[in-house]
Design a protein around this ligand. Structure first.
Ligand SMILES: Nc1ncnc2c1ncn2[C@@H]1O[C@H](COP(=O)(O)OP(=O)(O)OP(=O)(O)O)[C@@H](O)[C@H]1O
Ligand SMILES: [Mg+2]
Length: 331
């Protein structure tokens, strides 16, 4: 059924006014002429309108057929031409957003690849240098042979660290939505991580402390991934801690959630760096981190995992006093 479109409504309204005016203003023969003209006007206008409307309707339908092909829907038969403009606008906006996301992704990938190769280059060139010196006769020199092999070994460790971090990141990205959510004992999990990190901590004479102020030991989450979160945060608390310092993991109740804090009394982080901390490859002090063996991927991984749990990671820190990282999990 043909709907009453605005131009048709206008023509009927104008005709009604002309008829009404002619009735009051004109004499009989004039009235008759005007009436004839009005009838003629309505017929010509309606026919022209109808033909033109169908002509444009068909063309718009054709455009929409193509748009719907992209949208994946096919309700072309129910196409409401009145809403077409709004729908086309929405569709164009969505496409623009999609395109921008692709561009951002592409830029990110380019930057990521650049960073990875840059990070790998340093240890590779170091190893090459030490091995070359050893081959050039250094292997016979008791003063340097052992020292250089040790240094080369350190660079190998560094490469292994980077590759392992990259593996975690790429696994997280490909399995993005696959979270194995279950209830687990978070106190036990942290104790396990403390055991894993004990050697590292003892080198810095750092003590571990676990304080549970929550009514429960259980939370909901992907246990393996949350373990990775603790490994990265606790490893940082040691790496950027002070000799003889302390790493404290605390649990608090927050209604139906648990608030988890990992705190250290280490070197702290300057205010300007706090916003960038969770970006991939970001390190407050590149040289210092590289020396300690930091790639700048640990906190990006933490952020990624918690976002997968619909949560976020927060940090507060004071230079030379310490840093506290916190996040929430459902109980
Ligand atoms: N507890 C902390 N105290 C002080 N600075 C920290 C702390 N945790 C992280 N940082 C700073 O944030 C930067 C980023 O941390 P992140 O864990 O992402 O990388 P990393 O430790 O350098 O390397 P990776 O974890 O990949 O081995 C670190 O280089 C360090 O400068
Ligand atoms: Mg780290």
């Amino acid at each position: 059924m043909m709907k009453m479109n605005t131009p048709l409504k206008i023509s009927i309204f104008l005709s009604a006014i002309i008829i009404l005016a002619s009735y009051f203003l004109f004499t009989s023969p004039e009235k008759e002429a005007l009436l004839k003209f009005t009838v003629f006007f309505i017929i010509v206008f309606s026919v022209t309108f109808y033909v033109l409307r169908n002509f444009f309707h068909e063309r718009i339908k054709l455009i929409y057929k193509n748009i719907y092909k992209f949208k994946g829907t096919s309700n072309i038969k129910e196409l409401d031409i009145e809403k077409a403009e709004k729908e086309a606008e929405e569709w164009a906006d969505a496409k623009e957003e999609e395109l921008n996301a692709y561009k951002k992704d592409e830029n990110y990938r380019r930057e990521f690849l650049g960073n990875v190769s840059h990070e790998l280059k340093t240890p590779i060139f170091n190893i090459q240098g030490y091995v070359q010196t050893l081959l050039d006769g250094g292997v016979e020199d008791k003063d340097i042979n052992y020292k250089y092999l040790e240094r080369a070994n350190k660079s190998v460790d560094r490469m292994i660290n980077i590759v392992e971090d990259l593996e975690v990141i790429s696994r997280l990205e490909t399995e993005q939505s696959v979270l194995d959510i279950q209830k687990f004992n978070i106190v036990d999990l942290v104790k396990e991580v403390f055991e894993l990190m004990e050697m590292k901590a003892s080198k810095m004479k750092i003590k571990f402390e676990l304080i549970n102020e929550s009514q429960t030991n259980f939370v909901k989450g992907d246990k393996d991934k949350i373990q990775q979160v603790f490994i990265n945060l606790i490893s940082n608390s040691i790496k950027y801690g002070k000799k003889g310092g302390k790493t404290t993991v605390r649990f608090f109740d927050m209604n139906s959630n648990m608030l988890i804090e990992v705190a250290d009394n280490g070197i702290g982080i300057k205010k300007q760096s706090l916003d960038r901390l969770f970006e991939r490859f970001y390190r407050v002090d590149k040289n210092r981190s590289r020396e300690i063996g930091g790639t700048g991927l640990g906190l990006a991984i933490v952020k990624h995992i918690l976002e997968g749990h619909n949560q976020q990671i927060n940090v507060r820190s004071t230079i030379n006093v310490g840093s506290t990282f916190s996040f929430i999990l459902e109980k």
